[in-house]
Design a protein around this ligand. Sequence first.
Ligand code: SAM
Length: 290
Amino acid sequence: MSTAAYAGASPAAIGHHYDLSNDFYALWLGESMVYSCARWADAAGDGLTRAQTRKLDYFVEQTRAAGTRRVLDVGCGWGTLVRHLVDRHGVARATGLTLSPAQARWCQQHPAPRTDVRVENWVTHEPGERYDAIISLGAFEHFARYGMTPAERLTAYRAFFERCRGWLPAGGRLGVQTNIKGNNQRLDRRTVRDMLFIVDSIFPESVLPALDEVIVAAAGRFDVVSVRNDPDDYARTCAAWLDRLTGQRDRAVELVGEDRTADYERYLSSTVQHFRRRHLGLARIVFEAV
Ligand SMILES: C[S@@+](CC[C@H](N)C(=O)[O-])C[C@H]1O[C@@H](n2cnc3c(N)ncnc32)[C@H](O)[C@@H]1O
């Protein structure tokens, strides 16, 4: 498949969000530089960094990636998982794919042995050798576009599972974490306006899948090992990000300006509510190649 036929968010749309400013993201994502839902413990005193590490460890364990030769991270952000795989879990080589040159630059500035971060679309990725495990956290939301029909979305998602299946041996595991549509369809006007604002100004050309679309798209290539829906984890993560952003607002305005800062405050605060009210869900799915 050529990139021209690729149905997900374009590099320009990805750049609109992720190339904004590495320093701006570092301000509120915190030292882990992980931009996906954390996995919180009930115990009081749990912190964002610990909750993010717990999430990474969950996927490493579920995909049986520890101690293997080669692991792929599709949509690797600022490279935290690929570094974690080699540093903490004895993986011999971890490869990360991103469409954001700014993220790849950040990874070059924080080099880690046996990791390889590429500005490359999974559509055209040619690994040479098979992977032992694949993990993709918070990227699936970009694999189809707003405005596509359900059939077009299914085709786009199937292409992803087909590629991943080709890169794994039978029994190899794929871990996917993605925002999904929630089951509360009672949308008030404010919620609809906030959601359109996010599509127009924050994540252009992207769309959330429904859980059943993800499962159906994987059918025939992967068995489902487990599915979790953890919307409260994402409400808490967005609230933690928002706290950090508002706490350092002056610096954020210096980095990206007043309008962009206000946009991100609106995006994060409305997202907290969307997860709490179940307009959004957070799926953690573990697949096994058949
Ligand atoms: C929300 S970030 C998540 C980053 C990281 N997984 C984390 O948890 O911190 C989404 C990532 O998906 C990447 N991405 C989106 N579409 C992609 C594609 N078609 N191929 C490769 N990477 C893609 C973006 O460049 C970005 O790095």
